[in-house]
Design a protein around this ligand. Structure first.
Ligand SMILES: Nc1ncnc2c1ncn2[C@@H]1O[C@H](COP(=O)(O)OP(=O)(O)OP(=O)(O)O)[C@@H](O)[C@H]1O
Ligand SMILES: [Mg+2]
Length: 252
């Protein structure tokens, strides 16, 4: 009789790499966990989907760790305060976010991967790069800055039309966010108009990065469960050692 199938999906190893210069002293072969990134605009459903994926992974026997922007213990509070004061120029804002990211890379992501855990990142360097580029930073400068990042095992971009994002934002908070509306860019004095223009800009730049970084574009406008089933199937593929990190193409 065949032994019954184990409940736990044992992650198959897949080679890790840094996008550029990386972080010194790290033996990439020791990083046995998987790094899974969910990207997407405000209200695209990232938190909702990560919550469900974490629940599923944990009940399947995987330890999980969550990271995201502005979550480093080193400078997240200072970054929040600096943004409130409107005292940052484009470069210092970039470097502030990069420091927040580097701190999490070094102190959370790498140790978690070393101990074989699944790291779920609520946004990653792509959002940071796109935000910097639309504010006038040189693309190569930004790419070089984030050369310290590990290439994830999979990146999913939840694609949701701006009108639906507005609907969700209002259903949740009854308001739009100043920064997510790109109000600092002076695209329009009207916040709705600015939001639509800014999200359009961001989305166009994401599509350009998609060609280069090959992440998977997921139709996030479907209902929560449909999106989750797609992601779950994709993450199962990642666990079997076939990440989408180097693939190109849209979800069909
Ligand atoms: N597929 C979906 N269809 C409709 N509404 C959704 C869907 N997914 C999430 N929502 C709702 O949209 C709102 C935003 O979802 P969520 O907080 O998961 O998004 P987010 O991308 O994490 O946003 P934020 O950038 O604000 O953190 C929530 O009220 C959530 O219940
Ligand atoms: Mg969220």
């Amino acid at each position: 009789m065949l032994p019954s199938e184990p409940n736990v999906l044992v992650p198959a190893p897949a080679a890790k790499r840094f996008y550029g210069h990386g972080i010194p002293g790290i033996d990439l072969k020791e990083l046995t966990g998987k790094l899974i990134v969910i990207e997407g605009a405000d209200g695209s459903g990232r938190s909702t989907q990560i919550r469900r994926l974490v629940n599923w992974l944990e009940t399947s026997g995987h330890g999980t760790v969550q990271v995201g922007l502005k979550r480093s213990s080193l400078i997240s509070e200072e970054l929040e305060r600096a943004k409130e004061g409107n005292i940052l120029c484009t470069t210092t804002l970039s470097l502030f976010y990069a420091t927040d990211f580097a701190d999490q890379m070094e102190n959370i992501i790498i140790p978690a991967l070393k101990s074989g855990r699944m790291v779920l990142a609520d946004r990653y360097i792509y959002t940071l790069m796109v935000r910097d580029i639309v504010r006038g930073q040189e693309k190569n400068w930004v790419k070089n800055l984030y050369g310290l990042a590990l290439a994830p095992d999979a990146v999913f971009y939840l694609n949701v039309p701006p009108e639906e994002l507005i609907r969700r934002s209002f259903a949740k908070d009854q308001a739009l966010d100043y920064w997510e509306s790109g109000m600092d860019l002076g695209l329009s004095r009207d916040m709705f108009d600015s939001f639509l223009k800014y999200q359009d800009l961001i989305r166009n730049h994401f599509m350009q990065l998609q060609k280069e970084f090959g992440f998977q574009i997921i139709d996030g406008s479907r209902n929560e469960d449909e999106v989750y089933q797609t992601l779950k199937a994709q993450v199962t593929t990642v666990l079997s050692g076939n990440g989408n990190g180097t693939d190109h193409g849209y979800e069909t």
